[in-house]
Design a protein around this ligand. Structure first.
Ligand code: DC
Length: 222
């Protein structure tokens, strides 16, 4: 049976970078489930969906194809109707859209099997908000990774600036807080630790410290 490691937590706690590095070290496949919600959000933006939730969103799901694939280096590539959108979904606008659309039950239902099927066939480190609680409740290890909002906003700001984007720290902090609120107050699959999660606070850590800490926890609990 393949082994699954679930990493959940709020936006910007370093989940994806940490999980990606740990996956390489353990020779697991890294799955970023946020990318799937971002892709549905992008599809909604492209189709001009005006209200969320709405019948339009339900219709949209019938007419799009979201696929999760991996390239030769085992890196995740998300396809929307056959187009690689992995980079296009990395903007602050796509984040907000993903947060809104991820509260729609039909969207979560639509993406559930896609996520579970990958874990059936591979050893995975899967990151998201509801991996330990909903998607893979039987995961071997569940980690809930968090950090103070200011710390997370600073990381996201540095990331976007490094990519050459014109962004403002206060706006990003506001977005981080808004997304935390949205993600933890929705009715379906809200962001919360599974009962058997290992809680890890990365506030003040360097990325390297968090990566080492997580790899240690994973190896000890494997
Ligand atoms: O991890 P991220 O920032 O790329 O996620 C984008 C949005 O998708 C985020 O606001 C919450 C949502 N999401 C979710 O509801 N469930 C997941 N498993 C992953 C992400």
């Amino acid at each position: 049976m393949p082994v699954a490691i679930a990493i959940d937590g709020p936006a910007g706690a370093g989940k994806s970078t940490i999980a990606k590095t740990a996956a390489k070290e353990l020779n697991f496949i890294y799955v970023d489930t946020g990318a799937l919600y971002r892709t549905v959000g992008l599809a909604a933006t492209r189709k001009g969906v005006e209200a969320i939730p709405s019948k339009e969103v339900d219709e949209l799901l019938k007419n799009i194809r979201v696929e999760l694939t991996f390239n030769d280096e085992n890196q995740q590539v998300v396809l929307l109707d056959g187009e690689d959108v992995s980079e296009l979904i990395r903007t602050p606008e796509a984040s907000m859209m993903a947060s809104a659309i991820s509260a729609v039950p039909a969207v979560r239902e639509y993406l559930l099997d896609l996520q579970r099927n990958i874990a059936k066939r591979n050893n995975v480190i899967m990151d998201g908000r509801d991996i330990g609680t909903v998607v893979l409740p039987d995961a071997k290890i569940k980690i809930f990774l968090y950090a103070e909002p200011e710390d997370r906003a600073k990381r996201r700001y540095d990331e976007l600036i490094a990519k050459g984007m014109d962004v403002n720290y206060e706006d990003i902090l506001k977005d981080v807080k808004q997304r935390d609120y949205n993600d933890s107050h929705r009715d379906i699959a809200p962001l919360k630790p599974a009962k058997d999660s290992i809680m890890v606070n990365t506030t003040g850590n360097t990325l390297e410290q968090s990566v080492q800490l997580l790899i240690k926890i994973m190896k000890e609990n494997m």
